[in-house]
Design a protein around this ligand. Structure first.
Ligand code: C5P
Length: 398
């Protein structure tokens, strides 16, 4: 995953016990391709040593306003000049008070005052410190100054108390950072989508399903959310974590999936059908477990509704995107589905290229022809698909 490739992030770590979580945040950011430069305050360095952050970031760690390693002795200016973002995690009540008042008596606070890039802070403190009127004033001032507040969360605290003030978990902070860097192609839009397989029950313990990990659908839901959309994800049974900010509705059968989609389709500007919906379901599901008799048995299957085609056939349909997973003749089948279901865009792939894996090769089909995308990770592909979709949406009369 190279979502943050080419981005320079300065990570300020101040003196809170949550500093240990920032080591994990560093790892996640580096893994996503960001160049991470850690600035430790004196307090931060009491919790985690510079060695840890140096090893994880691959860059030397900054601790001192008077660091002689900078030729001009101006670390606070040089470090912030080409940074894309400064994130302070954990941010103590003290650093927030300093920032709210424009104080700059150490490298991190000076760097923040000298910056010309956005600043995000992830507060971490005891609940009484968080609720104190002085902190409330500082928070309000920081927000008024355009600083983005990430959290805090509520829950158990290191001091043994329970309440508001816990730092957000590293993966949540990471999501917020990725989100920040994505262009808001779908700002103000609502995307309703399906993902995963459906499960058509035969009896209480058996059923018919399709193989679908849900990875592509979930990556697309995440990419739509990062692009600024409200996302309603109707999901068949999968073991994927819900992407941050996505409204997930769990269903099992195609009929349940259809009902959930239809309950939300009026809100949708875009409908994306990624789910591998079972084409047929047993005519009836047995109330009790079917006992084996040793004889051959017959299950009568009846066709399921085609959710995508049904949405596309509505009087004022949302912009519809279909998926076509084929095992051969991709162009013929995928473009055929686009025509038959009357949808403006279909994303096709060969099942042998991507089923269950983290990578895929996809081709987009629309009124202008076919657009192959280079092989890539599902998240990167999802972003390219969202970009393409937003381009068509801009020209599409809704
Ligand atoms: O199964 P098929 O290849 O026709 O799927 C093509 C597209 O139609 C996919 O986007 C899939 O989610 C959607 N579909 C649907 N309801 C079905 C079958 C497929 O929404 N019953």
């Amino acid at each position: 995953m190279v979502e943050l490739k080419g981005k320079k992030v300065i990570l300020g770590v101040t003196g809170g016990v949550a500093a240990y979580k920032s080591a994990e945040l560093t790892r996640l950011l580096v893994k996503a391709g960001a160049s991470v430069h850690v600035v430790l305050t004196e307090g931060g360095a009491r919790f985690v040593t510079p060695v840890t952050f140096q090893a994880l970031s691959g860059h030397r760690v900054w601790t001192d306003l008077w660091d002689p390693r900078m030729d001009n002795n101006m670390a606070h200016i040089d470090l912030s000049r080409d940074a894309d973002l400064i994130v302070i995690a954990p941010a103590t009540a003290d650093v927030m008070a300093k920032l709210a008042n424009g104080m700059c008596d150490d490298l991190l606070s000076t760097l923040c005052l000298a910056r010309d890039c956005p600043l995000m802070v992830a507060p971490a403190m005891n609940r009484q410190m968080w609720e104190h009127p002085a902190t409330r004033r500082n928070v309000a001032q920081l927000c008024a100054d355009g600083v983005t507040l990430l959290g805090p969360d509520a829950g158990e605290q290191a001091c043994g108390e329970v309440g508001q003030g816990r730092m957000l978990e590293p993966d949540t902070l990471y999501e917020a950072i990725c989100d920040y860097f994505q262009p808001k192609w779908l700002a103000g839009k609502t995307v309703v989508m399906t993902a995963g397989p459906t499960f058509e029950s035969i009896d209480p313990v058996r059923g018919i399903t399709n193989s679908s990990s849900g990875k592509m659908g979930y990556a697309l839901a995440r990419a739509c959310a990062h692009a600024g959309a409200r996302v309603v994800l109707v999901s068949g049974p999968v073991s994927q974590p819900t992407p941050f900010g996505v409204e997930r509705i769990d269903v099992a059968s195609a009929l349940q999936m259809r009902d959930a989609v239809m309950a939300h389709v009026d809100e949708a500007d875009v409908f994306i059908g990624v789910a591998a919906v079972a084409d047929y379901r047993p005519e009836a599901s047995a109330q009790h477990k079917i006992k084996k008799s040793g004889e051959a048995m017959t299950i009568t299957l009846v066709p399921n509704p085609d959710i995508l085609a049904e949405v596309a056939a509505r009087p004022n349909p949302p912009f519809c995107v279909g998926f076509a997973a084929e095992s051969q003749s991709l162009d013929t089948y995928a473009e055929g589905k686009r025509q038959k279901k009357a949808v403006p865009m279909v994303v096709g792939n060969l099942v042998q290229d991507g089923l269950g894996s983290d990578e895929n090769v996809v081709v987009i089909y629309d009124d202008h022809g076919k657009h192959p995308l280079p092989r890539g990770g599902k998240m990167g592909l999802a972003q390219r698909i969202v970009e393409h979709l937003s381009g068509l949406l801009a020209k599409h009369p809704l």
